[in-house]
Write a protein that binds this ligand. Structure first.
Ligand code: BES
Ligand code: ZN
Length: 955
């Protein structure tokens, strides 16, 4: 059930036919009116014209454009690009040229390429013979069809099948203003001077903004890049520099080594004046971390982490990193968190730089996570790339999964697996709405493609991989991915390729035959069973990748029997609701269940492939707990006395259940409340055991729900609710001491205490803030409480103004984020408005931080309405800054609306989305937001009285 149309032999023959029709058509079409009707010449086959109902698009000059599909034809494929770029950082534009070596697979009279907003000044074509005899190229006619971001090069004579040709294109453009293509970025030096750099960011479809190219992941080619620059700058690209040529007038031209075969979205180059620190990996790769000169001192942690992680990945994948160098660069203006360009990874400053004075423990976790993620892409994504964007999870899900594996191995003290659980919980929120989507999903337009970069691809992808690893065993899983990477190196892959590599992973002692591996211990008659096992992986995983949603496993204990049932888990839609039944139809997963019981804490396994099933236990047990260590992607409901028995056990001796099982129980219980399957009372009852809990991640999970409830109540009627948290809050020191998770707990607890106006907390924070102000911002405050201190300080006008001044001066992104958050918690609307204005202006507060700012203001009860109104009234301005499906735009939409919980608010949001749709803007996030608000409304209607009683009773 692959949803994307792959090109087949059939497609190609049709494409040839289109062209023949086109030639006759082209000559006479000039005099035809705007839409050119193909059937004018012959009856086209359904395959050719089913999309556009028999029409050719019209190019900008009025001529017919010979290609009507969004995807490029496969008749001409690129082999190599020679790319020359000369950016002018004073006039803010660039001139460039390229020579693309192409292979013609079928005779054709045009070449279709991607190109957006590039002014093409000349295009010529040479045959191999022309090149050999140095004959000048033949001029090509260039047609442009901006709606598809394509150009067509019309050749005077037919290109012959199986021959190579060279296309030379001269072009120029302005450096882009936003964050895409080849764009300008600026930073301020400590001395107050503003400097400009030029940088690329191409994924998924923006290489076409920088040079005309075959901008699809399947068209892999090699690249030789030359960059012209002034002597005050340096140039960086994917590969090391081979030489620098001095030109007349003092300009320099850097020539870079030819790359390996790679997709266009991974090409990168930067012209800047940055400094770097370098080291060499065990295998001899030169790793450097670059930042603007004043931030150089913050680069060391990233260098240490990237060297360690590179060593780890080379061993783990059993494949060496193939390039001689790897640069990691902190870019002052960056839309996302980071981008894995091969050999030249670019990062938002806060994802790479670590400042010991202002970066907290959670900042360190973030930097480690992002470095680990982008390094994993050098194999998953760069070496082996998905065939098309519908399977972007093969890149992003794997890189997210590998963060866990690599960071656990290199920085075990970070205990990143606790963080990983939260990744799964985060996507479950989205996946339990009807508006979720399957992991592999059709995506054709650039906006749809960008929308694929979401929690479903990243988090669900990673979580189902983790589940599969648990099912297959760590060893087999690792072997499988090594097979996959080796088999598809420098090529492309799809889901099925991964499943077959994973099920054919031979372990020591196995032997191979015909691409399969067989275990010695298996008799020949078992071979069939073994093949079935191989099928099992694919069959099982398809139910997780092609089907949206998450299953709910309902368990009922009847004596020694366990009755199991699976259904689709929906939050906000209850079993008694009329729509529930229809939403269940045709959903079925192959669920690799694990469980332990009160009488056996061994891990028992069973695959649930049908709607219902029965398990017989060897003996009667008081409780059974499914989903051991929360490794599975499913929610479990215990019918009958199941929950009560677990709650009793937690209260008697919670340590009989594993820490991650305890976290899973808290999570599932509250999920079941949202689905109307468990009362809020019962879920709250379960959390009572937390007073004896010592495992910090479990405590943090409990606190997270508590915090959500306080937010829901808007702190109404809860004046001294911190009373029952007092013992644990008052033991916290205002320091950076302890293990990673001790430090995380401290930040969360003190933040909550100050948020709830706990007097000792406010007192201490106020005192630290005054000392900091008096020291002129020089005093070192413990990094984990810095944000809390600033937030308390921001509540007075003098404090707020001082913080804003420090914000401008600070050279630490980590500190700036903390200050900006603190500023956004002010109770004064005019101050919040000032922040938004500064964010829109993009000088003091950079545009890259606007989405997070609006999100933070919308979380502030005093800013909620302000942020929402602002977004509605300034939609067009915002759209000019960020692309429609981009991450910041989606964050702005959901960040300013998804917390609403009243019918009036729902109506307002609905109206706004309808208005946007009428304008032609359509995003998946609209439906997600509407369903989330409906869910919130329903939750409050049902649970508010219980919540109020509980919160008051707990004082
Ligand atoms: N490949 C992505 C960058 C990207 C994001 C490209 C969105 C196109 C659209 C990169 O590997 C990535 O995933 N970055 C994350 C950070 C990561 C640690 C989760 C990001 O930018 O948020
Ligand atoms: Zn990624």
């Amino acid at each position: 059930m692959d949803l994307v149309f792959h090109s087949s032999a059939m497609d190609n023959s049709c494409r040839k036919l289109i062209f023949n029709i086109y030639i006759g058509f082209y000559c006479s079409a000039i005099i035809l009116p705007k839409m050119c009707i193909c059937s004018y010449f012959s009856t086209p086959s359904i395959d050719q014209f089913n999309k556009d109902a028999g029409t050719f698009p019209v190019a900008t000059n009025g001529q017919p454009f010979p290609w009507h599909e969004l995807r490029l034809p496969t008749v001409v494929t690129p082999l190599h690009y020679d790319l020359f770029v000369h950016p002018n950082l004073t006039s803010l534009d660039f001139v460039a040229s390229e020579k693309i070596e192409v292979l013609v697979r079928d005779a054709t009279q045009f070449i279709i390429l991607h190109s957006t907003d590039l002014e093409i000044t000349n295009a010529t074509l040479q045959s191999e013979e022309d090149v050999r005899y140095r004959k000048p190229g033949k001029k090509l006619t260039v047609l442009s069809y901006p709606a598809h971001q394509q150009i067509a090069l019309l050749v005077p004579e037919k290109l012959m099948a199986d021959l190579r040709y060279y296309v030379t294109i001269d072009f120029q453009a302005k450096l882009a203003d936003g964050f895409e293509g080849f764009y300008k970025s600026t930073y301020r030096t400590l001395g107050g001077e503003t400097r400009i750099i030029a940088v690329t960011d191409f994924e998924p479809t923006q290489a076409r903004m920088a040079f005309p190219c075959f901008d699809e992941p399947l068209f892999k080619a090699s690249f030789s890049i030359k960059i012209r620059r002034e002597s005050r700058h340096i140039a960086l690209s994917n590969m090391p520099k081979v030489k620098t040529i001095e030109l007349e007038g003092g300009l320099l031209e850097d020539h870079f080594e030819t790359t390996v075969k790679m997709s266009t979205y991974l090409v990168a180059y930067i012209v800047c004046d940055f400094n770097s620190v370098s080291g060499t990996s065990s295998s001899g790769v030169k790793v450097s971390v670059y930042a603007s000169p004043d931030k150089w001192s913050q680069t060391h942690y990233a260098l240490e982490a990237s060297l360690k992680l590179l060593d780890f990945y080379e061993n783990y994948f059993d494949i060496n990193y193939p390039l001689p160098k790897l640069d990691l660069v902190a870019i002052p203006d960056f839309e996302s968190g980071a981008m894995e360009n091969w050999g030249l990874i670019t990062y938002r400053e806060t994802s790479l730089l670590f400042d010991p004075k202002t970066s907290s423990v959670s900042d360190k976790l973030w930097v480690t996570k992002v470095v680990a993620h982008e390094l994993a892409h050098q194999w998953f994504g760069n070496l082996v790339t998905m065939e098309w964007w519908n399977d972007i999870w093969l890149n992003e899900g794997f890189a997210t999964y590998m963060e866990l594996i690599s960071a656990n191995a290199t920085y075990p003290e970070l205990e990143l697996d606790n963080y990983f659980l939260d990744l799964c919980f985060e996507v479950i929120k989205r996946d339990s709405l009807n508006s979720s989507r399957p992991i592999s999903n059709q995506a054709e337009t650039p906006t749809q493609i960008r929308e694929m970069f979401d929690t479903v691809s990243y988090n669900k992808g990673a979580c189902i991989l983790n589940m599969l690893k648990d099912f297959l065993s760590e060893e087999k899983f690792q072997k499988g991915i090594i097979n996959y990477l080796k088999k598809f190196s420098y090529g492309n892959a799809k889901n099925d390729d991964l499943w077959s590599s994973l099920s054919n992973s031979c372990l020591e002692g196995d032997f191979t035959s015909g691409g399969f591996c067989y275990s010695d211990s298996k008799t020949t008659s078992n071979t069939l069973a073994f093949l079935e096992e191989n099928m099992e992986v694919k069959e099982m995983m398809t139910t997780w990748t092609l089907q949206k949603g998450i299953p709910l496993v309902v368990v009922k204990q009847e004596g020694r029997s366990l009755r199991l049932q699976q259904e689709r888990f929906l939050s906000g839609i209850f079993k008694e609701d009329p729509e529930w039944r229809a939403l269940q139809e045709r959903y079925l997963w192959h669920i690799p269940l694990t469980y332990s019981t009160s009488s056996s804490n061994a891990i028992h396994r069973h695959i649930l492939k049908s709607k219902t099933d029965t398990l017989d236990l060897p003996e009667k047990t008081s409780w059974v707990k499914f989903n051991v260590d929360s490794n599975g992607y499913y929610i479990v409901h215990y019918e009958g006395h199941g929950w009560d028995q677990l709650i009793t056990q937690l209260n008697q001796n919670h340590t009989l259940l594993r820490p991650k099982d305890r976290i899973g129980l808290i999570h599932d219980a509250f999920q079941l409340v949202s689905a109307g399957r468990l009362t809020l009372d019962k879920a709250l009852d379960l959390t009572r055991y937390l007073q004896h809990e010592t495992n910090i991640p479990a405590l943090l999970k409990g606190l997270e729900y508590l915090e959500t409830f306080y937010h829901m109540m808007d702190r109404r009627n809860i004046s001294d609710v911190t009373e029952n948290l007092k013992p644990v809050i008052d033991t916290q020191s205002w320091s950076d001491e302890g293990s990673v998770w001790d430090r995380m707990l401290r930040s969360v607890l003190l933040k909550l205490a100050c948020y709830l106006n706990h007097a000792p907390c406010i007192r201490k924070a106020t005192q630290l803030f005054s000392q900091w102000m008096e020291s002129g911002g020089k005093l070192n405050i413990p990094t984990d409480v810095l944000k809390i201190v600033y937030s308390v300080g921001a509540q007075t006008t003098a404090g707020w103004n001082y913080l804003l001044k420090q914000y401008e001066l600070s050279v630490s992104g980590a500190e700036k984020n903390k200050i900006l958050y603190a500023l956004s918690t002010s109770k004064h609307e005019e101050k919040l408005m000032k922040l938004i204005e500064l964010g829109m202006e993009g000088k003091v507060i950079k545009t890259q931080d606007l989405a997070a700012l609006l999100h933070a203001i919308a979380r502030n009860p005093e800013g909620q309405q302000l942020a929402w109104n602002f977004v509605r009234e300034n939609w067009t301005e915002l759209l000019k800054k960020f692309g429609l499906g981009s991450f910041p735009m989606r964050m702005i939409i959901s960040g300013t609306t998804a917390h609403f919980s009243s019918k009036d608010e729902l109506q307002e949001v609905k109206l706004f989305f309808e208005f946007l749709k009428a304008q032609g803007s359509h995003l998946d996030v609209f439906q997600i937001v509407l369903e989330t608000i409906s869910k919130n409304i329903k939750w409050l209607e049902k649970n508010l009285p219980t919540l109020r009683t509980w919160l008051l009773a707990s004082i």
